[in-house]
Design a protein. Structure first.
Length: 166
């Protein structure tokens, strides 16, 4: 049996590889697939933390719906590869800023006193309680998010239908 720490590290490594692939690829479709890998790795981390509902929502909403929306928007807008817009003099500055941010985060993680065990146990909340809250308290924000995603899809269709100007 795999110890939980190694399971966590393996899933986190998959997430990091997905994020790096997303940041470093020049192909937009490959970037979307790397995004799916990173989002599914986050769902795996939620499962490792025994947050079943959050993992399910992560897979359904982010791993599924948002990624499909991005792929549809790319297909409808006929994304073209334009290397001249991404090859500019900002890359060395961006590398230095990202390395500085990484160093600051690594220093903060290494100097923080992390507790070995928690004094209290986490309460398990069942699906019935979560679904009751989702369909009563959070119903309107949930519908607003669905309208925003619908507006993004309609916007992609409108942009794709425009005639190219010669």
């Amino acid at each position: 049996m795999i110890p939980p720490e190694w399971l966590f590290r393996g899933i986190a490594t998959l997430g990091l590889l997905g994020g790096l692939g997303l940041a470093l690829t020049r192909n937009v479709v490959h970037g979307a697939l790397f995004l799916v890998l990173a989002l599914l790795a986050v769902a795996g981390l939620y499962l490792a933390l025994a947050a079943d509902f959050v993992a399910l929502v992560q897979v359904l909403l982010y791993g599924g719906a948002v990624s499909i929306l991005i792929l549809f928007a790319m297909m409808l807008t006929q994304v073209r590869e334009e290397p001249e817009t991404t090859d500019n003099g900002q890359q060395p500055v961006a590398l230095l800023v990202s390395l500085a941010a990484f160093a600051a985060l690594a220093a903060a993680i290494n100097t923080t006193e992390w507790p070995g065990t928690t004094a209290r146990s986490l309460a398990h909340i069942d699906f019935d309680t979560i679904s009751a809250a989702l369909f009563t308290t959070w119903a309107i924000p949930f519908e607003i998010v669905s309208l925003v995603l619908l507006a993004a899809l309609i916007g992609a269709i409108v942009v794709a239908r425009q005639e190219p100007q010669e």
